[in-house]
Design a protein. Structure first.
Length: 67
C-alpha cells in the first residue's frame, strides 16, 4: 500500500503537470444553460445547478478525467 508521502507526491505531480485542457464538458453545460432564451430561466437554472453541484462535478471530471 502506498504511504501518505507517496500519495502526496503523486498528487503534487499530477496537479503540477501544467496540462491545460479545453474543459469541453463544462463549456457544453454552460452552452446548454444559456440555450433557454429567458435570462430569468437561465439564472434560475444556474443556481439550481450550483446548489446541486453539477458545475463542480463537471469541472472536476474535466480537470481530472478528460484533461
Amino acid at each position: 500500500m502506498l504511504s501518505r508521502r507517496s500519495l502526496l507526491g503523486i498528487a503534487a505531480a499530477v496537479s503540477a503537470s501544467s496540462c491545460y485542457g479545453n474543459f469541453s464538458l463544462t463549456r457544453k453545460l454552460y452552452t446548454w444553460n444559456g440555450s433557454f432564451g429567458s435570462k430569468f430561466v437561465s439564472t434560475l437554472l444556474m443556481w439550481v445547478l450550483m446548489i446541486v453541484p453539477v458545475y463542480a462535478i463537471a469541472g472536476f471530471v474535466d480537470l481530472f478525467i478528460f484533461n
